[in-house]
Design a protein around this ligand. Structure first.
Ligand SMILES: Nc1nc2c(ncn2[C@@H]2O[C@H](COP(=O)(O)OP(=O)(O)O)[C@@H](O)[C@H]2O)c(=O)[nH]1
Ligand SMILES: [Mg+2]
Length: 199
C-alpha cells in the first residue's frame, strides 16, 4: 500500500516548487497556482525495501478549503510549510494549518518546513520587509515554533529548512520524512501483531 504525504500551507509559500525540486531536481517559478490538490507517485528504497509514496500537493486558497480537506484522509504525515519571507502573523497562520490537520487527523505526525531560505540573502526582499517593520524568519524562530507546537500536543515531529531554488535541505527533508513514516508503520505493525514477542 502506498504511503500518503500531504503538503499544506499558505498559497505561494513554496509547496509546489518543493515537490518539483525533489522529484525532478529542477526549479520552475513560472507555473500557476495549484488548484485543489494534485498527487504525484514516488518510489524509494529504504534499508533494501522499496516503498511507494504519494505526494499530495494542495492549494492553500480558502476557495478550496473543502476540496483540500478531502486529501487528508489516511495521510501518514503532513508537511506544514511556510516561507521565511512571510513573517507576518506566522504563529497564527501555522496554528490555523495545524488545527485544520488535527481536526481531520488527530494523531498523524506533522513536519514543519521552512521554504525559500535563499531569500534571507536577498537584499531587496530584506529591505522590503524592513520597510514594513519585519525581518526574515530565522532558523531559531522556526525551531522555537516547532517546539511550541509540540508542547501544545500538535505532534510536530521535526523541523527542516529548505530552498527549492538552490535545492538546499530538500532531499534531506523528504528522505528523512519517508524514513520516519516507514519506521512508524513498522512499529505500529509490530505492536498490532506482536511480532516482537518471544515465547
Ligand atoms: N526565492 C525563492 N522563491 C521560491 C522558492 N520556492 C518558490 N518560490 C517562489 O514562490 C512562488 C510560489 O511557489 P509555489 O511552489 O507555487 O507555492 P505554492 O502555492 O505553495 O505551491 C514561485 O512561483 C516562486 O516564484 C524558493 O525556494 N526560493
Ligand atoms: Mg502550489
Amino acid at each position: 500500500m502506498s504511503n500518503k504525504l500531504v503538503m499544506v500551507g499558505e498559497s505561494a509559500c513554496g509547496k509546489t516548487c518543493l515537490i518539483r525540486r525533489y522529484l525532478e531536481n529542477n526549479y520552475n517559478d513560472k507555473e500557476g497556482t495549484t488548484a485543489s490538490f494534485y498527487k504525484k507517485e514516488h518510489s524509494t528504497t529504504i534499508d533494501g525495501i522499496t516503498h511507494s509514496f504519494d505526494l499530495w500537493d494542495t492549494g492553500g486558497q480558502e476557495d478550496y478549503d473543502n476540496l483540500r480537506k478531502l486529501s487528508y484522509a489516511d495521510a501518514k504525515a503532513f508537511l506544514v510549510c511556510y516561507s521565511v519571507d512571510q513573517p507576518q502573523e506566522l504563529e497564527s497562520v501555522l496554528l490555523k494549518w495545524m488545527s485544520e490537520v488535527r481536526e481531520h487527523c488527530p494523531k498523524t505526525p506533522i513536519v514543519l518546513v521552512a521554504c525559500k531560505t535563499d531569500l534571507r540573502k536577498s537584499a531587496q526582499r530584506r529591505s522590503e520587509l524592513r520597510a514594513n517593520g519585519y525581518s526574515m524568519v530565522t532558523t531559531a524562530k522556526g525551531d522555537e515554533l516547532a517546539r511550541k507546537f509540540k508542547l501544545r500536543e500538535f505532534c510536530v515531529e521535526r523541523f527542516y529548512e529548505t530552498s527549492s531554488l538552490t535545492g538546499k535541505g530538500v532531499d534531506q527533508l523528504f528522505e528523512e520524512t519517508f524514513r520516519m513514516i516507514v519506521t512508524k508503520e513498522n512499529t505500529k505493525f509490530r505492536e498490532r501483531y506482536g511480532c516482537c514477542s518471544i515465547i
